[in-house]
Design a protein around this ligand. Structure first.
Ligand code: NDP
Length: 308
């Protein structure tokens, strides 16, 4: 029976092989030569570009997506492990096409980094409906577009890791960044639910909360400052507007080390659901936890008074 079994497998192997097209064989070879296949959004610059560089240096394959794919080619050149693809995350059908092309090119997608995003600076009342809508189109609906495109491949493989780049502002909000923080609170809410839904299917989810990192984030080529200024907010949002200019390119966070942390994250056998990055984030999280505890304790009696 042993000989019969091995003969059967030999036959199956031969049959399987001859039924594969040359292209499929090439894909299988490509997929097996890399430990992991990443798909990164917003790879043209900043954190996204650093993550692409770190993953390539680690010997992984990367589908680096950007609104202008040429920016990726100019930065990294042409490499066998790199596929530069055009993707504006606000374009739902383009996101689905890119996910399909990525899975076809490398045979699988192991890590999705939802990184593309930007900030709006101004008091909640100062930000126009249009500014807020455009912010949600990228930071929230864009992230959902790409996630919906990629998840069918990860679910089918019963493996993968979705990394959603949130912010310290996804854990605590504050004057001047209310609209932006609200998009990152949305990212946190979606990530927690995705974590619960995907864990039984073998797909990991981590929401990453960077503090202030030295990228273009606070620069006028990324940050949108609401043109409407209301004098009553001078001491709150107005001060944050000034601070953002002082902080620009002086942020404490090093994006290269953030990228190194992403490699450690995907290598971890039990990655966390939430990962804070930067000492400023650690401080902000601890301060918020303490404040929430204090306020919850102070109002416990009223909070507990409403059950039937
Ligand atoms: P950068 O401004 O340096 O880079 C932003 C990236 O997002 C660019 O690649 C930009 O592409 C891309 N992008 C913006 N909109 C879209 C879109 N519609 N479709 C595709 N790509 C888009 O900022 P960071 O690298 O710092 O920001 C990356 C992520 O990190 C963002 O989600 C941000 O909210 C988050 N973050 C950053 C912090 C920081 O201090 N730096 C702190 C906390 C969170 P293009 O070149 O085409 O404009």
């Amino acid at each position: 029976p042993a000989r019969a079994t091995s003969g059967f497998f030999r036959l199956m192997r031969r049959r399987t092989f001859t039924s594969l097209s040359l292209q499929q064989v090439r894909i299988m070879t490509t997929a097996h030569s890399f430990k992991r296949v990443w798909l990164v959004t917003g790879a043209s610059r900043g954190i996204g570009a650093k993550i692409v560089a770190a993953a390539l240096a680690h010997g992984d394959a990367v589908v680096a997506t950007a609104r202008n794919a040429q920016t990726v080619v100019e930065r990294f050149g042409e490499l066998p492990g790199l596929l530069a693809v055009q993707l504006d995350v606000t374009n739902e059908s383009q996101a689905a096409d890119v996910a399909r092309a990525a899975a076809e090119h490398f045979g699988r997608i192991d890590v999705l980094v939802n990184n593309a995003g930007f900030g709006v600076l101004g008091a909640v009342e100062e930000a126009s409906a249009d500014e807020v809508r455009r912010l949600y189109e990228t930071n929230v609906f864009g992230l959902l577009n790409v996630t919906r495109g990629v998840l069918p491949f990860m679910r089918k493989a019963r493996s993968g890791h979705v990394i959603n780049i949130s912010s310290v502002g996804g854990f605590r909000s504050g004057a001047g960044f209310g609209a932006y923080c609200s998009t990152k609170f949305a990212v946190e809410g979606l990530s927690e639910a995705l974590h619960a839904e995907l864990a039984p299917l073998g797909v990991k989810v981590t929401v990453v909360e960077p503090g202030y990192f030295r990228t273009d984030f606070l620069d006028s080529n990324s940050l949108v400052e609401s043109p409407r200024v209301i004098d009553d907010y001078a001491a709150t949002s107005g001060e944050v507007r000034k601070l953002a200019k002082v902080y620009n390119q002086q942020q404490p966070g090093n994006p290269e080390l953030l990228a190194v942390a992403m490699i450690k994250l995907v290598e971890a056998p039990n990655p966390p659901m939430r990962l804070a990055l930067g000492t400023d984030t650690l401080q902000a999280i601890e301060a918020k936890l303490a404040y929430v505890k204090e306020e919850t304790d102070a109002w416990r009696e009223l909070s507990a008074s409403t059950d039937f």
